[in-house]
Write a protein that binds this ligand. Sequence first.
Ligand SMILES: [Zn+2]
Length: 382
Amino acid sequence: MLPLPQLLAELVRRPSVNPMGRTDIPTDILYELRVTAFLEEQLRALGCAVRRQTVRPGRDNLIATYTPPNPAPFTVMFEAHQDTVPVDAMIVEPFGAKVEGGKMYGRGTCDVKAGGAVMLTAFARLVKEKPAGSAAVTMAFTVDEEHTFLGIQELLKSGVRTDYAIVAEPTLLNIVNAHKGVVRWVLETQGRACHSSRPEQGVNAIYRMARLITVVEEYAELVRALPPDPVLGPRTISVGRITGGVSPNTVPDVCRVDIDRRLIPGETAESGATHLNDFLKAKGFDFPYTLTQSHAACPPLSPALSGELVKRLGSSIDSVVGKHTVHPVPFGTDASTVAGAGVPVVVFGPGDIAQAHTKDEWIDLSQLEPAAEILFRFACGK
Ligand SMILES: [Zn+2]
């Protein structure tokens, strides 16, 4: 295996941009295939079992397994996503992997090619050294984490299960054991278009929406006042965008708002929608409207399952860097989908989430070696 900074540079130089619903991304930087091919080559060179799992045409998860010579004391999955967010407005060369002052710059350096590189490094060392008493490890590189979580969903649907899982995201070598979930909805009202000089002949979809939004604002207060999660705080709802109408002289026939709802453990996208729908219904509006989920939901991550895993990984971290924190984060990850399959899971990796998705994304290279060492020791039960 290449030394860590070179391995990371190879990954960064291979674009794997998730279009995230857009259609204007050049095809030569689109999707994960270049990264998948490189990772497959690396894994095959180790001589371990490797398989591709096609999630969408040209978008494959990659799964490799390490089986120790001894009966495995436990099984663990290392999971990292292969995709990155787009590169618009970046002020550093997105695929240049330039190193300066101990930092490497480029899209995905921090989120989360560094995390993937350290997992691969720890995995390769296990395969090579076959340390006595080590765990069985499944190394999974998934697609589409940045948009609709298709890769991790497909992986779990295919029956991959381990005693523990560690999901790579930048945590500054700390343990993240909880986050809220998120679901996005579109609320839509219909009307009937006509010329604005005779507005009484039409039905104004914007007026209808105005009445609905006032009620959603009222609902936002109510949702916030519901019992909060002891760690993650209150559930929230926010109206983020409104669209409707074509011109000042046309009565609008449609109006839409985009709604963002943050879920706490115990809630699902469906239970959240039912709760809002019931509230709206009780107001007895005299016109129709629809509430539709617009993106795949990210479920909330509860710390309930991961106590033992936090202890084990925590002692591996302490043995390498001397200290760690265990905390929740405000952003969603693949971990909650893993937890949804009943697998104890935490989020761990090098780098700071503050640098993820930024115009000069970078990673502190001094975090790489300790991160790989921590994962190796964890798999050795140390
Ligand atoms: Zn990420």
